[in-house]
Design a protein around this ligand. Structure first.
Ligand SMILES: *Cc1c(COP(=O)(O)O)cnc(C)c1O
Length: 458
């Protein structure tokens, strides 16, 4: 019998992360005065050891032993061939995926939650605040904090808090605290509630609340943690792609196409960045970040300087952005409802090294249900967006009669996010496409901000 999964022996687990900042340039983050931000200015928000990582351009960075030790609970992860899915699609393409649903919280997010908790602990921090959209990040950080004896407070976007009560229970099981955002605990939350008491909330608002709660603790023992977007988060996730490279080499395969869904960009970056090094060095490889049509950050919004949060506490970051006050349609892929995109992923899209795609919510669930009925695992709503693009590429390969190799990031399972499946299966799931009018309104907020410079890595 042919093996379905490629298993990487434990002693071959990657021991360094790949830092893409050794191979591409970014515009600097800007402070409130419009000048490049000095890293020390972030010290009230993040521990200094993580800030150093954020600005580092060293290509390889050692993974600390205690981090490897916790990651070994579920890593190395398998690389699996989706042969049943291939057969259902009748495609000559060979489809492989990195399954990140095997982590305790069920997604790729602990790949960065674990090192972030570790670096905070080493720096002497006792409490971590954060926001969560779908609840995946909040649960990942609560799990990570439990491993290193830290307190964890999570501001959860209201609509998800209501739709997904079990997420809160999960965070509490790991010893974390979870409250609905906007809340009355912060000025940013109160302001959002004053404006609209029935607001579904947004990641932008929740980030403002979590940053305020961290910076507002005068004991100096609290910091904030972000689950996506930032350079050090992308760095920690590269363990996915580094494992995949070794596993593909073991079976003499190399990808023609790489696919990952993109909310803030981290699971996509985790798989894609190690291969982007190859692409910059001349390999022909198509790399697709995929987002929902309801929140088309990379595919429709401009590359600008914008804030990462609604209350504008964060520095100006060079990124594709729908505007920091954007409140997306209530699609079920909560992890893909963010207005911005990682500066690294944005820069790569701007330079044409990666090619963003967008899919509709209904197509995403169609692909997800086909997956569940062939490969078995019920994918996270976010992962369904990647799957919809995999279907498109597999069908293209069929039309062209080409044996393409597709590798994608299976960012998580959907066992705690079944509401969208319920709606899809009863024919009640709607599609949302952002109108040009709403887009023009939401992107008006950064009209007067400085513009990023045209940098080029190739
Ligand atoms: C959070 C999340 C995402 C989106 O975040 P990225 O930083 O873009 O990876 C995608 N899939 C799952 C399962 C998630 O939990």
């Amino acid at each position: 019998m042919k093996a379905k999964s490629v298993i990487l022996p434990a002693d071959q687990m990657p021991r360094q992360w790949y830092n893409i900042l050794a191979d591409i340039k970014l515009n600097p983050p800007l402070g409130p005065d419009g000048k490049p931000l000095q890293p020390e200015a972030l010290a009230p928000v993040f521990p200094m050891n993580l800030i150093e990582q954020e600005v580092s351009s060293q290509r390889w960075i050692d993974i600390p032993e205690p981090v490897l030790d916790v990651l070994s609970i579920w890593r190395p992860g398998v690389l699996t061939r989706a042969d049943r899915f291939e057969k259902a699609l009748g495609t000559p393409a060979r489809i492989y995926f990195k399954y990140e649903g095997a982590s305790p919280p069920g997604s790729h997010k602990p790949n960065t939650a674990i090192p972030q908790a570790y670096y905070n602990k080493v720096f002497g921090i006792e409490n971590i605040t954060t926001e969560t959209g779908a609840g995946q990040w909040g649960s990942a950080l609560a799990f990570a904090c439990s491993q290193f004896g830290l307190n964890c407070k999570v501001f959860m976007v209201r609509i998800s808090f209501d739709q997904k009560p079990y997420r809160k229970a999960m965070m509490e099981a790991w010893g974390g605290q979870c409250i609905a955002s906007p809340s009355t605990e912060t000025r940013a939350g109160q302001a959002a509630l004053d404006k609209d008491p029935d607001t579904p909330g947004s990641l932008g608002i929740a980030i403002s609340e979590a940053v305020e709660a961290a910076v507002g603790d005068t004991s100096g023992k609290t910091r904030y943690s972000l689950g996506s977007v930032l350079n050090h988060v992308m760095l920690h996730q590269t363990i996915i792609g580094l494992e995949a490279q070794k596993q593909l080499a073991m079976i003499n395969e190399y990808p023609d196409i790489i696919i990952g869904c993109a909310g803030g960009g981290s699971n996509f970056a985790g798989l894609a960045f190690p291969f982007i090094q190859d692409k910059i060095n001349g390999k022909a490889i198509e790399i697709y970040p995929v987002e929902p049509k309801a929140c088309p950050t990379l595919t429709r919004s401009p590359f600008v300087y914008d804030h990462g949060d609604t209350a504008r506490y964060t520095p100006l970051l060079p990124m594709h952005s729908l505007g920091h006050a954007f409140v997306p349609a209530p699609i079920h892929a909560g992890g893909l409802r963010y207005h911005g995109m990682a500066p690294t992923v944005s820069q790569l899209a701007h330079e044409g090294i990666i090619t963003p795609q967008s899919v509709s919510q209904v197509d995403a669930y169609k692909a997800g249900v086909l997956w569940a009925r062939t490969e078995g695992v019920i994918p996270a709503p976010e992962t369904n967006n990647a799957l919809a693009q995999v279907v498109i590429e597999a069908q293209k390969a069929k039309e062209e009669g080409k044996e393409k190799v597709i590798v994608f990031s299976f960012s998580g399972h959907g066992l705690l996010d079944l509401t969208g499946y319920e709606k899809f299966l009863s024919g009640k799931l709607s599609d949302y496409e952002l109108s040009d009018d709403d887009m023009a309104k939401s992107t008006a907020v950064f009209a007067d901000f400085p513009k990023p410079q045209d940098l080029n890595s190739r």
